[in-house]
Design a protein around this ligand. Structure first.
Ligand SMILES: Nc1nc2c(c(=O)[nH]1)N[C@H]1C(S)=C(S)[C@@H](COP(=O)(O)OP(=O)(O)OC[C@H]3O[C@@H](n4cnc5c(=O)[nH]c(N)nc54)[C@H](O)[C@@H]3O)O[C@H]1N2
Ligand SMILES: Nc1nc2c(c(=O)[nH]1)N[C@H]1C(S)=C(S)[C@@H](COP(=O)(O)OP(=O)(O)OC[C@H]3O[C@@H](n4cnc5c(=O)[nH]c(N)nc54)[C@H](O)[C@@H]3O)O[C@H]1N2
Ligand code: SF4
Ligand SMILES: [Mo]
Length: 748
């Protein structure tokens, strides 16, 4: 195992001379730093830099794109003053150039052609034809069913442009997988406790923490840039890291305590930690007294949840539970029990997140240095447009079964597309942008049923990903390096904004999402909502309103603003009103009680694999983002397939060797399309197997990714839905090994 910090971080750094350059165009870069970074001597001359922020993942690090005289992008380098990256990009960000240079990219608009008795095909089309078709189909759906029946499923930057188009058109039927397949439950759990969302980036004061607790959050492989760098600093400063993970993750290898929990039992551990803090009298009494609500009820609630009780459930030894609870208390309030990010696991996820929030409340970390800071962001003024028309229904009504849903629930929108599933809110058309839905939302059978049922699907993407294969019209978007996009304004210690402008012209016949949205809008008679020729004009206007300018932002890329909302932390003795019903930190949730849910988290047992089956566990590859980068020429070079982590004990019982190819079959008899190579390792518990998510592409047009590795998504056919907010719990699937190729008979 590699324990060096350098390999842990793997964030590319460029020497100071490279990043301190302050003019947009420059000719005299003496380039030790650049040469060190393999910039060719030729291209070190006359490099031009343009401001951007990365789109390889959603941390949105601000960067400089360096282009040479021939308009080739030579290098992407982090922006020094950016609080998301501190001047360094992660390997995926550096490899972002590959999104631009990938020759497999979508090159021109495509329209589906029906062929009598034969398979459908796509034909190339002009922008005029493709966008006219999209507009006429959207108009048709609006006339026949109402605009509400057209859904927008989106992720990433193109989403905001389309959201504007959709609202102008009359639909608020909008959802993204970053909610119900990712962060939703933690926003509910923390919202109910502290009256505030976590949001992105997380307001965790990692750089000053003395104790960081990671529960199934694997910072390190999860390469969220500034968090990784701050964690590395915290380790240098002697912080105690506690990792709860059935897998020995990179983070676990940096930890003082690794608790190899039995999967799905985290709530039991969290309750017993509360028990120790309260009954050993080591919780933050002053803080709880001043800010807490319902402490007595909580104390009574956790009375019997002793470490001995939890041991029977979690397999974590009572002395380890006590020792780690004491370590958290000793460092408090500079302790962070991290909320995690992809938290849709077992269906009771909002309640698990509530338990994590409560634990932070007992330690006093919310609003204290080394815990959670009060974040702030700056509002980007809206470019003037007429008010949006009123909708009869939208994402809220589609998700009305889930009282704590605060955003569209992707899986509910998909279900509402199947006749008979939600006839009050029928969905008839999809606009999909920047999300490879079939690899992102589990239960492929349901998605395919929905796809069959809807009348029209348009997909906007940069790559011929699987979802494009289901489209009636495909719109090729240019990559983030070729376009203007909305100003990045994110929550942070201090507010900041970042600019994205084109470093190069769009390749092939690709176009930016803002342009497509405007064209479709105009064709729908909504020109009043798009009163600009170029999105650059919108940005320039917004920046002027914010007291800066496009010219300034082109030079600096990122601009910091002063805080206006008050101090970053609670002030001793000062009153503070939390955004909950009681104005306090709710250990006992009044909101949950009033809606008939458990006001305090309860542990319930989940299914465990039967003999011969193993729990399918998955997570992030440090070199990739989901399915989107697997075909990236730079990143596929670093890792072109995933492997299946198998405990040596299991390898013995199942007679498996390192690098042996296996197929997997899940509890519902679904067999993986491709094989995966076995990696025998102690780093995973014997009751589970583990793989990186995003691999196993089945579209031949992805020349590097096709058939490489296995898709976890296709084996996730069973889900448990969070009753509070509708999230998709995906970790209750079990697989067995197939050593022989099960597809042999069908392969001719
Ligand atoms: N099985 C399983 N499912 C998961 C997860 C998991 O770990 N396992 N993780 C979940 C989580 S946490 C999340 S956040 C979601 C993420 O879900 P998605 O965002 O759907 O993830 P990707 O597979 O990367 O799909 C992104 C799509 O956007 C396209 N794209 C990239 N850049 C651009 C662009 O600039 N413009 C346009 N128009 N398109 C672009 C890519 O080519 C790709 O088709 O997945 C969730 N689903
Ligand atoms: N390199 C890279 N970084 C990324 C992304 C990426 O695609 N690539 N995606 C970004 C996004 S959108 C998100 S949401 C985050 C997600 O990052 P994280 O929130 O860290 O989530 P996962 O990647 O799902 O992490 C899964 C971890 O949970 C563990 N686990 C599985 N079951 C259990 C259990 O029952 N209990 C406990 N305690 N642990 C369990 C797994 O072993 C694994 O280590 O990553 C972000 N960062
Ligand atoms: S963390 Fe890496 S991939 Fe994500 S935005 Fe930053 S540089 Fe890009
Ligand atoms: Mo996510």
């Amino acid at each position: 195992m590699d324990n060096s910090r350098r390999s842990f971080i793997k964030i590319s750094a460029l020497g100071a001379s490279g990043v301190a350059l302050s003019t947009v165009a420059f000719g005299a870069i003496s380039g030790n730093a650049l040469t060190e970074n393999n910039l060719l001597a030729k291209s070190a001359k006359n490099l031009k830099r343009t401001a951007t922020y990365c789109e390889v993942c959603f941390w949105k690090c601000a960067a400089w794109a360096y282009t040479d005289e021939d308009n080739n992008i030579q290098k992407l380098i982090g922006n020094e003053i950016d609080p998301h990256c501190f001047g360094r990009l992660c390997p995926r960000g550096t490899g972002g150039v590959g999104m631009y240079s990938d020759t497999d990219r979508l090159k021109t608009p495509l329209i589906r052609v029906k062929n009598e008795g034969k398979e459908d095909t796509f034909r190339e089309a002009s922008w005029e034809e493709a966008l006219t078709l999209v507009a006429s189909k959207m108009q048709g759906i609006k006339d026949k069913y109402g605009a509400e029946s057209m859904a927008l499923l989106k992720h990433g930057s193109p989403g905001s442009h389309l959201e504007h188009l959709f609202k102008a058109y009359g639909s608020d039927t909008i959802a993204e997988p970053a909610y119900a397949q990712c962060r939703g439950p933690r926003e509910t759990g923390f919202g109910l406790t502290f009256g505030s969302w976590i949001g992105s980036p997380e307001p965790t004061d990692i750089r000053d923490t003395k104790c960081l607790v990671l529960i199934g959050a694997h910072i390190g492989e999860n390469m969220h840039n500034s968090q990784v760098q701050e964690m590395s600093d915290a380790i240098d400063n002697g912080a105690t890291i506690i990792t709860v993970d059935p897998r020995f993750s990179t983070a676990a290898s940096k930890s003082k305590h690794w608790l190899a929990i039995k999967p799905s039992t985290d709530i039991a551990l969290l309750l017993s930690w509360m028990h120790v803090l309260i009954y050993e009298d080591i919780y933050n009494k002053e803080y709880v007294k001043q800010y807490g609500f319902g402490f007595d009820e909580l104390k009574e609630h956790v009375k019997n949840f002793t470490p001995e009780w939890a041991y029977g459930i979690t397999t974590i030894k009572p002395e380890d539970i006590r020792e780690t609870a004491r370590a958290m208390a000793a460092a408090a309030p500079s302790t962070i029990v991290h909320p995690g990010r992809h938290v849709t696991w077992y269906g009771d996820d909002s309640q698990r997140e509530r338990a994590i929030a409560i634990l932070n409340g007992l330690l006093g970390s919310w609003g204290n240095r080394g815990g959670f800071y009060f974040k702030e962001k700056i509002k980007v003024p809206k470019f003037p447009h007429p008010p949006y028309p009123k909708r009869k229904w939208g994402w809220e009504e589609i998700g009305e079964k889930y009282p704590f849903a605060e955003m569209g629930i992707t899986n509910e929108v998909i279900k509402a597309s199947i006749p008979g599933e939600n006839d009050k809110h029928p969905i008839k058309g999809w606009f999909v942008a920047g999300t490879n839905l079939v690899n992102t939302v589990p239960q492929r059978e349901i998605i395919e049923k929905a796809i069959d049922a809807v009348e029209f699907i348009v997909v906007m993407d940069t790559m011929p990903m699987e979802i494009t294969g289901y489209a009636d019209v495909i719109l090729p978007e240019c990559t983030y390096l070729e376009r203007y996009d909305g100003i990045r304004s994110a929550t942070n210690r201090e507010p900041s904004i970042a600019l994205r402008m084109p470093a190069v012209k769009p390749k092939y016949d690709s176009k930016p999402a803002w342009w497509m949205s405007k064209q479709i809008g105009e064709k729908l008679g909504l020109g009043e909502y798009f009163k600009y020729d170029d999105f650059k004009d919108v940005i320039a206007w917004q920046l002027e309103q914010m007291g800066t300018s496009l010219e300034e932002m082109e030079k600096v890329g990122v601009k910091m603003f002063k805080r206006k909302s008050g101090p970053m932390f609670l002030e001793k003795g000062q009153p503070y009103e939390f955004g909950t019903n009681s104005g306090k930190i709710e250990f006992y949730s009044t909101e949950l009680a009033s809606k008939g849910f458990d006001p305090m988290p309860v542990y319930t047992s989940h299914d465990h694999p039967e003999q011969g089956f193993y729990r399918l566990n998955y997570g992030r590859s440090p070199m990739h983002t989901f399915s989107r980068t697997i075909n990236n020429p730079n990143l596929s070079d670093l890792m072109d397939e995933n492997k299946l982590w198998v405990n040596p004990k299991v390898a013995r019982v199942e007679d498996l060797r390192n690098n042996q190819e296996v197929w997997l079959e899940n509890q519902d008899g679904i067999i993986s399309s491709y094989s995966i190579k076995v990696r025998v390792t102690e780093r995973i518990r014997w009751d589970s197997v583990y793989m990186y998510h995003g691999f196993g592409h089945n579209n031949k047009k992805l020349s590097r990714a096709f058939g490489k590795g296995m898709s976890d998504t296709e084996l996730i056919t069973k889900v448990t839905i969070d009753p509070l907010m509708g999230g998709t719990g995906m970790r209750g699937n079990f697989v067995k090994f197939r050593a022989e190729n099960p597809h042999k008979e069908t392969e001719v």
